[in-house]
Design a protein around this ligand. Structure first.
Ligand code: FAD
Ligand code: DLZ
Ligand code: SF4
Length: 509
């Protein structure tokens, strides 16, 4: 009897050299891929995100078959589909009687917990292999973090630069500095020549998926069409090539800018492809480095981009696996306000929030500063329960998986971890938003007014947030200046801020 193995490939493991496939033989072993309701509904994911994943999975299965693999592909609407990974592995074990089940470790704690129970349940050996598409393994991150009083991305990032050799000259960073962010905060200009990400027309396979999602997930958030994401490795590579050519040179300069109607600016819109496995993160960084070497991208752009991938992306994953499962429950400020309903509709008269949420609904995309300084900043200052805003982010973005989304939300944007990931809350009033965007020019609120009915709500919320949380934040050395300003204000002005914030928050409820 042939000793064949069952290789499970998850929807965000669409990489030909994933560790599970490396352990297998095409002519002998069976690859299992399954569309399951549980993954689409444990939070109600954006329709575009589900469509992207199912279409990419179907194309990947076809690619594997062309390469000689036997693929057992379970569609969402196949009769007998149990709707969960556990159920589908059990059914496949019965179909194929494998000697062993092999899988690459999942990105999410929830799925890892389920997998850890599989061997006992089926009495069949289950091998869970490391996901070496990441540059930094779990043990390596633990060793780096051990004994440090504070974890900070910048120091971790330097280790990753040394490890990969990216933008290095021997043991020195190219250009003499590790970080060129000081050059990366240019405000937007209305006359910028703005590129768009590469768009792809759905083929018949994708059209079938679009119909399925339209029927089965009609009550999920977000617009399904127009659907223009790439769904194959080749398309993802074309999207990367397009980014290198048209947007990378200005990526650094305008990284923090926001412009009405321009959803992507110079961002790459590659995270959905990288996170699903269609692009390899290190290969993307090498392409960026090569563009810099060839004189096609300045160093501040190349360094800024590479830092996001080998710095932030790896760092948040390290934090996730180090801190879970307690991390998901962290609530440093004890915030308990329900998520305002307009996060699901965009129906609000705060222009910055309306723009960001509307584009999220349409595109399943918002760029980093919109996520951090508009929807995240607002939720934190308004005192929204971190677990509610976390579930929102996990549901609405096409690139969201808990390992990357949770630390960005709980740690970076809500400071709900009290400073594990970052050193201070990203709180800001209307001035910051006005400097980095053109939203305020077209808003019913006046960004220059501090308090009152017509004042930008971010202004009062900012001071109210600091005052409300003084016990927790006053000792933070990065907020000394802010608390000094608050303390110097006359009591009547302080009260006016608190009253304005209270009135606004009451209306919100
Ligand atoms: P670009 O601006 O072009 O950046 C290049 C690449 O760097 C991205 O494609 C991404 O792979 C990586 N990157 C950049 N910043 C980060 C970061 N902070 N953490 C991890 N990778 C990063 N990113 C996700 O991939 N999934 C998420 O669910 C997610 N949720 C977020 C939630 C909040 C509250 C915040 C503040 C950030 C979140 N991010 C998330 C990080 C970042 O906003 C997105 O990676 C980025 O906006 C994706 O768009 P892009 O590909 O155009 O990125
Ligand atoms: C996000 C997602 C969705 C919507 N659907 C599926 C699916 O049907 N089958 C699958 O294998 N993966 C899916 N995924 C991605 C998984 O949620 C992801 O692999 C786990 O969260 C582990 O990171
Ligand atoms: Fe947002 Fe305030 Fe500007 Fe309006 S005025 S867009 S609410 S920051």
């Amino acid at each position: 009897m042939i000793e064949r193995r069952l290789i499970l490939v998850l929807g965000d493991q669409l990489s030909l050299d994933i560790s599970s496939l490396r352990a297998a033989e095409p002519g002998r072993d069976i690859v299992l891929m399954a569309e399951v309701t549980e993954e689409a509904t444990y939070v109600k994911h954006h329709k575009k995100k589900i469509a992207f994943l199912f279409a990419a999975m179907r194309h990947f299965a076809a690619e594997l078959e062309q390469a000689g693999w036997q693929v057992d592909y379970v569609r969402l609407d196949d009769p007998g589909n149990t709707g969960s990974f556990t159920g589908e592995v059990e059914r496949a074990v019965e179909r194929h009687s494998p000697s062993q089940v092999v899988v690459t470790e999942p990105g999410e704690w929830r799925v890892r917990q389920a997998m850890d129970g599989w061997q006992e349940r089926r009495g069949r050996p289950v091998e869970i292999r490391a996901d070496d598409r990441f540059i930094c393994g779990h043990d390596e991150f633990a060793a780096w973090a051990a004994g440090r009083k504070q974890l900070r991305m910048e120091y971790f990032y330097r280790e990753m630069r040394r490890k990969t050799g990216l933008l290095m000259e021997g043991d020195k960073p190219v250009g003499g500095k590790w970080n060129f962010d000081a050059e990366n905060r240019k405000p937007p200009k209305a006359d910028l020549l703005l590129p768009e990400p590469k768009q792809f027309a759905p083929d018949p396979t994708t059209e079938t998926v679009l119909s399925l999602v339209d029927t089965r997930f009609a009550n999920h958030f977000g617009d399904l069409k127009p659907f223009w994401f790439g769904v194959t490795r080749r398309e993802a590579e074309a999207a990367l090539a397009h980014f290198l050519e048209v947007a990378l040179p200005s990526f650094g300069d305008y990284q923090d800018a926001m412009l009405t109607g321009h959803r992507f600016l110079y961002h790459s819109v590659l995270s959905l492809y990288i996170n699903a496995g269609l692009l390899d993160p290190l290969a993307v960084c090498r392409a960026i480095e090569a563009a810099n070497h060839a004189g096609r991208a300045p160093l501040n752009a190349a360094e800024g981009f590479i830092r996001q991938i080998i710095g932030w992306r790896e760092y948040v994953r390290g934090i996730y696996w180090r801190e879970m499962p307690a991390y998901a429950e962290r609530n440093f400020f004890g915030a308990n306000r329900p998520l305002p309903g307009f996060y699901w509709t965009g129906d609000t008269d705060l222009t910055c929030l309306r723009e960001t949420i509307t584009q999220t609904k349409q595109e399943a995309y918002a760029h980093h500063i919109q996520r951090l300084m508009i929807t995240g900043n607002f939720a934190m200052m308004a005192g929204v329960a971190p677990q509610q805003i976390h579930e929102w982010y996990l549901a609405v973005y096409a690139d969201a998986y808990e390992w990357v989304e949770l630390p960005n939300v709980i740690g970076m944007s809500q400071f709900a971890d009290g400073g594990v990931l970052g050193s201070k809350p990203y709180a800001a009033g209307g001035n910051y938003i006005n400097r980095m965007s053109d939203y305020c020019a077209n808003c019913r609120y006046d960004v220059k007014q501090k308090t009152g009915e017509n004042a930008c709500p971010f202004n009062a919320l900012y001071w109210d947030f600091l005052a409300r949380n003084a016990v927790r934040l006053r000792g933070n050395p990065r907020l000394t200046q802010q608390y000094r300003s608050w303390d110097r204000m006359e009591a009547t002005i302080q009260q006016a801020y608190r009253d304005s914030a209270a009135q606004f928050l009451n209306r919100l409820t």
